[in-house]
Design a protein around this ligand. Structure first.
Ligand SMILES: [Zn+2]
Length: 87
């Protein structure tokens, strides 16, 4: 994932339905804030929703990994980048 391919990024102050965070797989509850964005890969446009702290962790991971990330939904730790998870 390149950060330059991200678009329609927005912050939602209070969710009006239940989601699972794409970064950590934990629940985003009704009334909780979350971040959402779309990004384009080779074939598709994908929508991502995650906790605000998970978006921050994702950005830190992208910096640590040189700007590119290939991660699976729910495999990461809430609010933690890959480096932080290992320590
Ligand atoms: Zn999360």
């Amino acid at each position: 994932m390149s950060m330059s391919q991200i678009f329609h990024a927005r912050s939602i102050k209070a969710s009006c339905q239940l989601f699972l965070c794409d970064w950590c797989g934990e629940l985003i509850d009704i009334g909780d804030p979350y971040e959402s964005y779309r990004w384009r890969d080779d074939r598709d446009i994908r929508a991502v929703r995650c906790h605000p702290e998970c978006l921050a962790a994702m950005c830190r991971t992208a910096q640590q990994e040189g700007g590119w990330l290939d991660w699976q939904t729910g495999e990461n730790e809430r609010g933690k980048s890959w480096n932080e998870e290992r320590t």
